[in-house]
Design a protein around this ligand. Structure first.
Ligand SMILES: CC(C)(COP(=O)(O)OP(=O)(O)OC[C@H]1O[C@@H](n2cnc3c(N)ncnc32)[C@H](O)[C@@H]1OP(=O)(O)O)[C@@H](O)C(=O)NCCC(=O)NCCS
Length: 170
């Protein structure tokens, strides 16, 4: 059973393998990370862990039984009980609800563990799969997203208010 885990130093090689194996797949719908990301991976990974330590971001990996990364689900720019959500799923694991389930779980963690009240996510017009994930996880469209957020594409900002109920997030 795959598990969503907070990113730590021990995930580095599995994260690199995930990013390399799916680089061209991801580049079909979101901005490529660039050659520099792969050339200086260790340094950049350490920067991420430092940002997480500082509470600016919270990174999560969905890891299978063998320790392979199936997806990444990140909360960035945490400020004023709000954050931006970003995610990506390994091509071989897509089309079976992995992103939807993990996004729902991250919403729960965001409220219960990180004390956030609102999450937002930008997705390109062409990225219908991502729009479906957000809608199924309770996000609603709130306005246009510009090319600056979406690597030159236009799209939509989605938002979800995290209503904390006595037994968790509604
Ligand atoms: C977008 C992404 C995260 C979806 O992951 P996933 O695990 O396949 O998502 P799910 O299976 O939970 O749901 C995908 C939904 O989109 C639908 N879908 C997939 N491709 C589609 C397409 N080309 N057109 C329309 N719908 C599509 C699926 O049928 C499913 O909807 P359903 O449950 O109503 O059938 C994954 O494709 C990915 O990582 N893409 C590259 C990175 C990316 O775009 N990240 C999001 C940035 S905003």
């Amino acid at each position: 059973m795959p598990e969503l885990k907070r990113l730590h130093a021990g995930h580095a090689s599995a994260v690199l393998a995930f990013e390399l194996a799916n680089r061209s797949y991801f580049a079909g719908s979101i901005s490529d990370r660039g050659d520099d990301y792969f050339a200086r991976f260790t340094e950049k990974y350490e920067d991420l862990l430092a940002e997480q330590e500082a509470g600016i971001c919270a990174f999560h990996v969905l890891v299978d039984e063998e320790g392979s990364v199936l997806g990444r689900f990140n909360l960035v720019d945490i400020e004023d009980h709000s954050a931006e959500l970003g995610y990506r799923v390994a091509q071989h694991a897509t089309g079976r609800g992995v992103a939807t389930e993990a996004v729902r779980e991250v919403c729960r963690l965001a409220a219960v563990h990180y004390g956030l009240h609102t999450l937002r996510a930008a997705t390109a017009v062409q990225n219908v799969a991502s729009q479906k994930v957000l809608t199924k996880a309770g996000f609603v469209p709130v306005g246009p997203a510009g090319p600056a957020q979406l690597g030159g594409k236009s799209g939509t900002w989605f938002q979800r208010d995290l209503l904390l109920q006595p037994d968790g997030v509604e």
